[in-house]
Design a protein around this ligand. Structure first.
Ligand code: 13P
Ligand code: SF4
Length: 372
């Protein structure tokens, strides 16, 4: 008989009124770590179910190493949010099992409405998504009718549907740069730190929604400076969801995949990394001769120091994955009309980034301001 790993059932209500960062319920739902025997049994079961159900795994770099490794071992992918979207859209499997957070599952469903998209836990969300309700965002957009609406991927389908362009941290610089070159003024949402980084780099005229990632917002420049002194030869790699003073200390700034690329290509042995600690798995396995140190969060007086881990990403586990494959539970469903509207900005982003990849003039895909 196969082992059943219990998932704690707790009351879960999110968002709590007025709060986007009460993560108690998310942490309470983080699956119990399986024993070595249970882990093997679950992995074997999942391998069989993936074949039986014509399914493929799509995992993010921040989820548990088991879900990253298994995705790769079974012909799926572990990657950043942009490549997850592209892979899910292009893969022939009829079922996508997305290990990550809600917006990733929703993007997969929007791009492939004919496929079944399952997630280990549908309550795995994101503080940026929670902090940008569609109705309030619509009001904000209506106050700036002259601006092109550029929205970060970490948002709901409804917020995407209100946007002109979608971006991830892999392509935000290129897309906003191209929009600026064509005369666009930008309304940006929801991550204020990524937005301000893009503005500093491109000089675009931007107004911002006031959102933040609860994980990256905790990195602290003064602690990072102290750590740099302890490791003077270390290079600092930072995800642009971190605050500006942390970004200012970086040797490389970029998305999860850009961080991996920098670690591989930079001529250094030691790296200090300011992003979710889930990233360490791939950094260490792909660079066995190099040393990766987690950048510090909070301060000396804080009660929680350096636990840079997304509570929602941590809700993904092997038991949940096996359960949804077995039962078809936790299917991502989106209203068809809403999905059709939300698909437009995502398609624009994917066409733009595909053009860059193939050396085509991506700027030609951006209309001049005022053009239809
Ligand atoms: P990437 O697009 O860089 O993978 O980041 C997604 C995310 O949620 C970072 O916190
Ligand atoms: Fe959202 Fe931050 Fe978690 Fe990424 S790490 S999913 S931005 S809360």
């Amino acid at each position: 008989m196969s082992a059943v790993i219990p998932i704690k059932q707790v009351e879960y209500e999110h968002p709590l009124p007025g709060s986007t960062c009460d993560t108690r319920f998310a942490w309470a739902r983080v699956p119990v770590e399986p024993t070595a025997h249970e882990r093997q049994e679950l992995k074997d079961r999942i391998r069989g179910l993936l074949k039986e159900r014509n399914a493929v795994m799509v995992s993010h770099y921040y989820v548990h190493p088991d879900l990253q490794d298994l995705a790769e071992e079974t012909g799926g992918i572990v990657s950043d949010s942009l490549e997850m979207a592209r892979f899910g859209r292009d893969h022939p499997a009829q079922t996508l099992v997305v290990s990550g957070v809600k917006f990733m599952g929703e993007t997969a469903k929007i791009l492939s409405p004919e496929k079944r998209v399952l997630m280990p836990d549908l309550d795995a969300t994101c503080s940026l998504d929670l902090g940008c309700p569609a109705d309030e965002f619509d009001t904000f957009c209506n106050q700036h009718p002259d601006r092109t609406v550029v929205v970060y991927a970490n948002t709901s389908a409804a917020v995407k549907a209100r946007s002109d362009w979608l971006v991830t941290s892999s392509c935000a610089l290129d897309i906003v740069g191209a929009l600026k070159a064509k005369g666009h003024k930008i309304l940006w949402a929801p991550d204020k730190h990524l937005g301000s980084y893009i503005q500093r780099e491109t000089g675009a005229d931007m107004v911002f929604w006031n959102g933040a990632c609860i994980v990256h917002d905790e990195f602290r420049a003064f602690e990072l400076e102290a750590l740099k002194k302890e490791h003077p030869a270390a290079k600092v790699l930072v995800h642009p969801e971190a605050p500006p003073d942390v970004v200012a200390l970086a040797d490389a700034v970029g998305s999860t995949s850009a961080i991996l690329k920098a670690a591989r290509e930079m001529d250094a042995r030691t790296f200090i990394v300011a992003t979710d600690s889930g990233m360490m798995h791939k950094l260490r396995t792909l660079n066995p001769g190099k040393v990766f140190i987690e950048a510090p969060t909070a301060g000396n007086s804080a009660t929680c120091k350096s636990c840079a881990q997304c509570p929602w990403m941590a809700m993904n586990g092997l038991a949940g994955l096996a359960h949804v494959l077995e039962t078809g539970a936790n299917e991502v469903l989106i209203d068809a009309a809403l999905a059709e509207r939300a698909k437009l900005p995502i398609d624009r982003m994917l066409a733009f980034t595909a053009a860059i990849k193939s050396g085509q003039p991506a700027g030609a895909l951006v209309p001049n301001i005022g053009a239809a």
